[in-house]
Design a protein around this ligand. Structure first.
Ligand code: PBG
Length: 326
């Protein structure tokens, strides 16, 4: 027999040497939830192992994460007050603005801070924009999104990540950032964000479920792939620096396509429901949590992602450090 594929699997050395996908903890981003207030560290029921922190305690999470070799964070805010227009989202003393300032003051460039730019955690109705007779008004919302992004950049965010799915928001945000001299503040757009049932635990955690209706008039229909390319290329042309696909696991084909068709780095967001499924099945002793976590993380990179946002970021980094993956 001239061809014996098993020779390349003979022992760990040869397997290690010939891995086709290399994974690094430098490509991982950990989401953190910041709650308005002081001295808060309380568990998030829907995201086991995760906590709410207030701006003054978040350094505990940052320190612990840095120990695992992950230094990139995606921040979500929970304000105390919500209103029709999500005023707290662009307030310079809002929870995220405060947290970013405090983190940056303490860690400077040791950490890379990304902020979620959206309104659903801040609006009384829970939609990702400004309502006009129950419909999210695209162009009106853009004015607010640019203000949110600017306030994050002014607080010191390295990168803003608009997750609202309004048309034209990348261009609007880029223009506003440049006008205010934030030319090196990056934009990672949630370019391809599907209307997904996988966001359930996040909406619990962020208290951001819409109070009526759904998000289908702005987030994408999961039957569509052409549309994903359209969205990705639009954001690329509007000046996005990184394109994100979300969720990840049921959308590996989309990650693959977006990474091939654009010339930007592709990020994948392995969302709350993906994390919760693994946690729940492991609790029932149906799967090995560690093994499934490693396998799914690698599969997302294999599909073409360059960056992974995951609630398992620390644990994935640990598995890389141990040499189990990567
Ligand atoms: C805000 C936002 C959502 C997520 C990230 N940013 C929720 C949503 O669109 O309903 C979900 C993340 C997750 O499920 O982990 N628009």
């Amino acid at each position: 027999m001239l061809q014996r594929p098993r020779r390349l699997r003979f022992n760990q050395h040869i397997r290690d040497m010939t891995r086709e996908v290399r994974v690094s903890s430098k490509s991982l981003i950990l989401p953190i939830f910041i709650m308005e207030g002081e001295n808060i560290k309380s568990p998030i029921d829907s995201l086991e192992g995760h906590f709410y922190y207030s701006p003054d305690t978040v350094f505990e999470a940052v320190d612990d994460t840095l120990k695992h070799g992950v230094n990139k964070f995606l921040l979500f805010g929970l304000p105390t007050e919500k209103d029709e227009i999500g005023s707290q989202s662009f307030d310079e003393n809002g929870v995220i603005q405060k947290a970013v300032r405090m983190i940056k003051e303490r860690y400077r460039d040791e950490v890379f801070i990304i902020t979620d730019v959206c309104m659903c955690e801040y609006t009384s109705h829970g939609h990702c924009g400004i309502l006009d007779h129950g419909y999210v008004d695209n162009d009106k919302t853009l004015e607010y999104l640019t203000q949110i992004a600017l306030s994050h950049a002014a607080a010191g965010a390295d990168m803003v990540a608009p997750s609202d799915m309004m048309d034209g928001r990348v261009a609007a945000i880029r223009q506003a950032l440049d006008k205010h001299k934030f030319i090196n503040t990056l934009i990672m757009s949630y370019a391809v964000k599907y209307s997904s049932s996988f966001y359930g635990p996040f909406r619990e955690a962020a208290k951001s479920a819409p109070s009526f209706g759904d998000r289908k008039s702005y987030q994408m229909d999961y039957h569509n792939k052409q549309e994903a390319i359209k969205e990705a290329l639009l954001d690329m042309n509007e000046g996005a620096d990184i394109l994100m696909v979300k969720p990840a696991l049921s959308y590996l084909d989309i990650i693959s396509e977006v990474s091939k068709q654009s010339n930007l780095p592709t990020a994948a967001y392995s969302v709350s429901g993906e994390y919760a499924m693994i946690k729940a099945a492991a609790k029932m002793n149906l799967i090995d949590e560690y093994g499934v976590m490693c396998e799914t993380a690698v599969s997302i990179f294999r599909a073409g992602a360059d960056i992974l946002i995951s609630y398992y970021a620390k644990e994935i980094a640990e598995s890389i450090n141990k040499g189990d993956i990567g």
